[in-house]
Design a protein around this ligand. Structure first.
Ligand SMILES: O=C(O)CCC(=O)C(=O)O
Length: 290
């Protein structure tokens, strides 16, 4: 169907950037978000939530005051006290209005409309969140993957990945396989033999992973708060390893294209987060045996 209001969005990318995105399956946009109005309010909300949790669970702890104080001070103390509290913070922070507003930013609509030539972008409920990667904890690291199988809604989707802390070598930059989106959907295995304790989407592995990844150049996504890494739903990428002394906070926001025929064919149902098994929608994509 021909988009009806193609001219109504702001063209945020140059033609060269659109071509780079189509070639590589991702693009980095420096200083895409305004720190004062878009990023700091998210950090401030997180600071308040952690402060309340510290007050409740670590009543004796004095929080540092002053300029050196970081928005997540106290978070690793909560986790050392009880790992489950890290999960509560993870679940809580995604309801911050400042984060939800950022997810639904008009700039995201514009990028989606420009890159996908659609008049109808979708913002999947349950498709966005804030990762908190704890130093030296690999259980929730994302293996090499494409986002489509764990999201669905439409093949034609974008991940808006933006850090809340500086992403250094030690804290674990996102790993990206350049141009890997061009081969389409990669078949999956249901279990991760190297990490038997992983479950759900975390336990999925790419079939013939080594051979597949060997075909692409890998780059590391170094970035600062305010920067945006925009990633195609079919691009292969993986978490880095956090070997630093602080938590790695990053936002993942997702969009899909209602007009894309495959998602339209199954009425835009979601995947893991929506409680739908991959095998029900795409049985050809998944098996348990290598
Ligand atoms: O930030 C990470 O470590 C991984 C995030 C990711 O893979 C994703 O958003 O799809």
């Amino acid at each position: 169907m021909k988009p009806s209001n193609q001219n109504s969005y702001e063209r945020l990318l140059t033609d060269a950037q659109v071509s780079a995105f189509r070639r590589d399956g991702f693009i980095k946009l420096d200083k895409f978000y305004d720190l004062e109005s878009e990023v700091f309010p998210v950090q401030e909300g997180i600071r308040q939530i952690i402060g309340m949790m510290v007050e409740k669970y670590l009543p004796g702890k004095r929080m540092e005051e002053g300029g050196d104080r970081q928005f997540d001070d106290g978070f690793l103390d909560l986790v050392s006290h009880d790992r489950a509290l890290g999960g509560r913070v993870y679940d809580a922070v995604k309801h911050l209005p400042a984060f939800v507003r950022l997810c639904a930013s008009k700039k995201h609509d514009s990028l989606m409309m420009q890159l996908r030539e659609t008049d109808l972008p979708g913002l999947p409920s349950g498709g966005s969140g804030i990762r908190i990667d704890i130093p030296f904890e690999d259980l929730f690291r994302a293996n090499w993957h494409q986002d489509y199988p764990s999201q669905f809604r439409s093949m034609d989707g974008l991940v808006f990945w933006s850090p809340l802390v500086p992403i250094t070598k030690e804290i674990g930059p996102l790993q990206i396989a350049v141009g890997s989106h061009r081969e389409g959907i990669a078949p999956l295995l249901r279990n991760d033999p190297e990490n038997a304790e992983k479950s759900g989407a975390y336990a999925l592995r790419l079939r013939d992973e080594e051979e597949l990844l060997g075909r692409y150049q890998k780059i590391e996504g170094y970035s600062e708060p305010g920067d945006l890494l925009l990633i195609d739903y079919l691009n292969l990428h993986a978490s880095g390893h956090n070997r630093s002394d602080r938590a790695r906070w990053s936002m993942q926001m997702r969009y899909f294209n209602y007009r894309e025929p495959i998602g339209r064919g199954y009425d835009w149902v979601g995947s893991f987060a929506a409680g739908v098994d991959i095998g029900k929608v795409h049985p050809e994509l998944i098996s348990s045996e290598p």
